[in-house]
Design a protein around this ligand. Structure first.
Ligand SMILES: Cc1cc2nc3c(=O)[nH]c(=O)nc-3n(C[C@H](O)[C@H](O)[C@H](O)COP(=O)(O)OP(=O)(O)OC[C@H]3O[C@@H](n4cnc5c(N)ncnc54)[C@H](O)[C@@H]3O)c2cc1C
Length: 399
């Protein structure tokens, strides 16, 4: 196989193209918009920076954030410094950086919408800009809304989240995440170089858009985020069920999917950039090695087994209770009272703690966490401090 067509020039398609062109393939990337401000937080965790250091070293504008704040549904707050910073890009900048690298490696980039893909002939055929083009293999990296589905099924509403939010022209240095009562999703504020990405995500079909907008408005009020010049956005995000991760077909004889199209997104946090890059990278490696059929297995070994585990616990994380309160509230409280738990959350946030070993780590340090919590909780200074920062509304109060 010599000629590869890639549909989608986002992180998955651009990195896959760069790697394939560097390995000597003739690669054409088709994207209907090429470099654009895709609705996104734009946050890259430590595991992404570790795997792709150019994301930190590049001269492009970005924000390096070390501090985060979690806010419970009842208003408890916990701030912490992360062990490794989160690097936040505007997507137009990130996509531009990745596409420039792909083009420098030898890819051709065509600004055109692909409307049809046929994979049942001797060569792959695709329709772009009203013309039929041919290739030996096609990579579908066209994102969550991808309609090009040779031999596979679309992601259903149970595998998707709705997101809506605003790009706000103001500056901040802290990431904020707020949980809501019995709600599978969260609100966020991510600071970028010269603006914020503020938004809300929720399981598709569980909450109506007006209600989501109401939560978002309240978040703007509570966090005193200015509205002037804010630009609205909305997009879908994969939030795959365990069975989708385990069994959805993501490749065939002459085609494969990467990134959001393959639903490589963390179903709890919504992190997709690292997995888009890594899936594009792994697919390119498998094609270059002449064994594209190994790609699903390699994806599973690299991270999709972990994402499947996350999908199995996602509902419990957002809706579960522990010691009479919401798990998310307990998490915020433990962050304040237990240094060992704070260390664990720092690692989860920076992406250096996987889900499968999280349970073991939680159990192993449970004794320390409880001792620290009790000691800190009974400290008169902590009690005074907790009283001062306790949520004011009686409706919201949780023990
Ligand atoms: C609101 C929101 C916030 C998010 N925040 C974060 C975050 O902070 N950190 C994080 O890690 N992840 C985040 N994500 C997830 C992240 O945005 C995605 O996982 C990531 O963009 C996936 O990359 P991709 O290359 O697979 O797809 P995309 O980035 O969606 O790229 C797909 C490309 O395909 C093109 N395309 C689509 N159809 C066609 C067609 N028919 N023909 C030609 N071109 C086509 C599009 O123009 C697009 O450029 C967020 C997602 C949303 C919606």
């Amino acid at each position: 196989m010599k000629e590869i067509a890639i549909v989608g020039g986002g992180p998955a398609g651009a990195l896959c193209g760069e790697r394939l062109a560097s390995a000597g393939f003739q690669v054409t990337i088709y994207d209907e918009r090429l470099v654009w401000e895709k609705p996104c937080g734009g946050g890259l965790t430590h595991k992404a920076i570790e795997a792709y250091p150019f994301l930190l070293d590049s001269p492009q504008p970005k924000k390096i954030v070390r501090k985060a704040e979690l806010i419970s549904s009842s208003g408890h707050r916990a701030q912490f410094e992360m062990n490794h910073p989160i690097v936040i890009y505007a997507r137009k900048v990130l996509n531009g950086l990745l596409l420039d690298r792909a083009i420098a490696a030898g890819c051709a980039a065509v600004c055109s919408r692909v409307t049809n893909v046929k994979t049942n002939g001797p060569r792959v055929s695709l329709m772009a800009g009203g013309e039929e083009r041919f290739s030996d293999f096609i990579v579908l990296a066209a994102g969550a809304r991808n309609q090009l589905l040779p031999e596979t099924t679309a992601l259903g509403s149970k595998d998707l989240e709705v997101t809506l939010g605003y790009f706000v022209p103001t500056e901040e240095d802290i990431i904020k995440v707020k949980f809501l009562k019995q709600f599978e999703g969260y609100l966020w504020s991510f600071p970028r170089a010269d603006h914020l990405s503020v938004g809300i995500c929720a399981k598709m079909g569980q909450t109506s858009t007006p209600v989501l907008r109401g939560h978002l408005d309240a978040f703007f009020e509570e966090e005193k985020i200015p509205r002037a010049g804010a630009q609205f956005y909305s997009h879908v995000l994969p939030s795959p069920q365990a069975k989708t991760i385990r069994s959805r077909k993501i490749m065939g004889r002459n085609w494969a999917m990467a990134g959001d199209a393959a639903a490589t997104v963390d179903p709890i946090t919504g992190e997709g950039l690292y997995y888009a890059l890594r899936s594009g990278d792994l697919l390119a490696q498998a094609i270059a090695a002449g064994q594209p059929e190994l790609y699903p297995e390699q994806l599973r070994a690299a991270f999709s087994a972990d994402l499947e585990f996350a999908a199995n616990i996602a509902k419990k994380v957002f809706r579960g209770t522990f010691l009479g309160g919401a798990i998310t509230t307990r998490m915020v409280q433990l962050l304040n009272y237990s240094p060992a738990f704070r260390d664990l959350i720092r690692d989860v946030f920076s992406g250096s703690q996987d889900y499968r070993s999280l349970k073991r780590r939680l159990w192993n340090q449970l004794g320390i966490t409880v001792a620290e919590f009790t000691r800190s909780f009974l400290d008169p200074r902590t009690i005074a401090c907790a009283r001062a920062s306790a949520p004011s509304s009686a409706d919201n109060r949780e023990p």
